[in-house]
Design a protein around this ligand. Structure first.
Ligand code: AHR
Length: 660
């Protein structure tokens, strides 16, 4: 319990210089004063968003619901993920054929089957296939019969090789055709495999062998994993940044992300290596490739589905500076710039424009209303500035309404940052992308980072951030409560400075429990389950309680930014007519406190409070305890304009009060 001193004693101790303000706070109950009539700044609709990158099996093996790995035999090792099946010495063989480099996906598999039964192939999926009892799965393949008479027996088997679904597909005709069938699972299995047995004899060519759950997000055939998209939708994100991240850059330019290669018919999209494949020695994933089944059209659609502004980030003629540092000479940058201009037309152009027509043909005649675009990911140095200027000049000349995001490099301070920041400000850049992967303490100490930023300069996009419990990108990092709490504290400062900070997103977003390369991550999943980390709930609580305007908030008459471990900020929502107060207690002690809400004629009698807390800073959510740290709801009665609240140790709460 905190000992309450008589006010006279406190005043005399202060006067004698025996007490600092912090000590004074420790002696008295902290009082948060919100003045809902004192509006500081609007909060942008884009304030809290999502950073998506195909890292950690985020797309292939993750949100893109395809269950077959290496469906078109285009991985560097063409049979990676596949295995021949042979019973009773059955006579059969497989040969990978290549139709030539002019095709995007030139390979197919030729099966020569000489035994009437007992020969087949099996796909292992992405660390197995997640199959659910009673649910339907769409199987398909492209095939032609070169000779003979063959029927496919398609089966799903569990980890013990027991059949849990099966269907038959007779093949016919010498021309390539798409064959489809449905498998209905009799059991749930996280490590299922797809077996295809050849019945009869002959020679069969096959390609694009695919299996999708029927239950995808919005039940779209060949779509996205519903549970993962739902977690994103629940965040009510203001924007969706895609496709990354370093994946935009590629380790070298040849493997950079090229949006035009990711649209059109899914089967024709060129498969390339994923740059995270062998990036970290401690976490090699040599079977990580990009099928681009989730391509730019699908990213735009996803943004629309979840109500987020699309924010594509484009390669600016520079490969990853942590890897090859390969660049395109500035004089040869035109095709890269043209890609950016064409993307705006693809997203926004009329259906009779070249690229608008492509969008319409894919099923979306209405524009996607692209307003934001990133030039380069995490670039730095003079080379970046030179290229950024060329992009900005061309894009602004044709599409002055599109706001450009420019990179401030990989660090929030230091040489690279100190060079870029003034240069880009001098160029009157629209939005600067700051990245910070730092220790929890850094986040606590930086809660006032933006208080003194230039109010008239470029806006800030806190584009990638996450507290690192051990060290940056260490395999031992944990999504523990200490990290999430420090982010919550720091975010009060982002929100307080919403006139400068227009966007923020945690990174990376997804991680497959057996296929990850980088940790910490916002959402973890395996083949059947997914859960939000404490960091996820922090993001969600901010985003779902964004409000419309920041209002004056103090803690005993000062900015609430760490005194006795407390951080706070308040917004109002002029649409729902609510005052929303966010308070973080990073101290180990409960704090008896009061929130006074001024500037409102009448308040509701009670407040709805959502609390995220744990006494154990090392605690993280797990598959066994997915909601271990998750928001708890409570209601507290107001006394007039005062709300008595007890701030639990290590807690983050969001308080909502109706303005009547
Ligand atoms: O979020 C993981 C990586 O961190 C991103 O790809 C990159 O932009 C940053 O270095």
């Amino acid at each position: 319990m905190i000992a309450i001193q008589p006010m006279k004693t406190i005043v005399s101790l202060l006067a004698a210089g025996c007490l600092s303000t912090g000590q004074l706070l420790a002696q008295t109950n902290p009082v948060f004063t919100v003045n809902a009539a004192q509006i500081k700044t609007p909060v942008q609709k884009t304030m809290w968003g999502i950073f998506f990158e195909d890292i950690n099996f985020g797309a292939d093996g993750g949100i893109y619901a395809e269950l077959v790995k290496n469906r078109s035999f285009e991985f560097a090792a063409p049979l990676m993920g596949w295995k021949e099946l042979r019973q009773n010495n059955a006579n059969g063989s497989i040969l990978i054929n290549n139709r030539g480099e002019q095709l995007n996906n030139p390979r197919f598999a030729r099966f020569t089957v000489r035994s009437a039964a007992g020969y087949g192939i099996s796909n292992e999926g992405f660390r197995g296939m997640g199959i659910k009892q009673g649910e339907g799965y769409d199987f398909s393949l492209q095939a032609r019969v070169v000779e003979g008479n063959v029927t496919l027996r398609v089966e799903l088997v569990n980890a013990a090789n027991e059949k849990i679904a099966s269907t038959s597909l007779p093949l016919s005709g010498k021309d390539w055709k798409k064959y489809t069938g449905t498998l209905t699972a009799s059991a749930t299995e996280a490590k299922a495999k797809l077996n295809i047995w050849f019945e009869g004899t002959g020679i069969i060519d096959a390609d694009i062998i695919s299996l999708f759950p029927q239950k995808t997000w919005k039940n779209r055939p060949g779509g996205l994993r519903a549970d993962l998209v739902q977690l994103l939708a629940d965040m009510k994100p203001g924007f969706l940044r895609f496709p990354g991240g370093c994946i935009v850059e590629g380790r070298e330019l040849a493997t950079r992300y090229q949006w035009k290669k990711t649209i059109g018919a899914v089967d024709d999209r060129e498969v390339i290596v994923n740059r995270w494949n062998t990036e970290f020695r401690h976490k090699l994933t040599p079977d990580y490739f990009q099928s681009f089944g989730l391509g730019f059209y699908e990213y735009f659609l996803l943004s629309e589905d979840i109500g987020a502004e699309p924010l594509p980030i484009l390669n600016c003629g520079m490969a990853c500076q942590f890897n090859s540092s390969e660049v395109v000479p500035a004089e040869e940058l035109d095709p890269y710039i043209q890609d950016a201009l064409d993307l705006i037309e693809f997203a926004n152009g009329t259906t009779d424009s070249k690229w608008g027509k492509v969008r319409a043909a894919m099923g979306h005649p209405a524009p996607f209303n692209l307003k934001l675009m990133g030039v380069g990911n995490e670039q730095w140095g003079e080379q970046y500035v030179e290229r950024y200027k060329l992009f900005a000049k061309a894009i602004k000349a044709k599409y002055p309404e599109v706001k450009l995001v420019s990179s401030l490099g990989p660090n929030p301070n230091g040489e690279l940052f100190d060079y870029l920041d003034p240069v880009l400000r001098g160029l009157k850049a629209d939005i600067l992308d700051e990245h910070y992967y730092r220790a929890p303490d850094w986040f606590l100490n930086q809660a006032k980072r933006y208080d003194n930023y230039d109010r008239n300069g470029p806006k800030i996009f806190a584009g990638e951030y996450a507290a690192q419990s051990k060290a940056i990108a260490s395999a031992e990092n944990s999504n523990n409560w200490q990290c999430a709490l420090s982010e919550a504290a720091f975010m009060t400062g982002l929100e307080r400075n919403a006139d400068v900070v227009h966007m923020a997103s945690y990174a990376p977003l997804f991680a497959h429990a057996e296929g990850w390369q980088w940790t910490p991550d916002l959402i973890w999943f395996n083949n059947l389950q997914s859960y939000g980390t404490p960091n996820y709930y922090v993001q969600k609580m901010y985003s779902a309680n964004r409000g419309t305007h920041v209002v004056s908030t103090t803690l005993n008459n000062e900015t609430a930014a760490g005194q006795i471990g407390l951080y706070a900020n308040a917004v109002i929502d002029t649409v729902s007519k609510e005052v929303i107060v966010k308070i973080v207690n990073t101290s180990a002690t409960p704090q008896t406190s009061e929130v006074v809400i001024n500037g409102v004629k009448k308040l509701d009698k009670s407040a709805a409070i959502e609390v995220l807390k744990s006494g154990d800073l090392q605690l993280a959510n797990t598959f066994a305890r997915p909601a271990g740290i998750s928001p708890q709801q409570q209601t507290i009665a107001l006394k007039g304009k005062k709300l008595p609240v007890t701030l639990a140790p290590y807690s983050f709460q969001v308080i909502r009060v109706k303005m009547l």
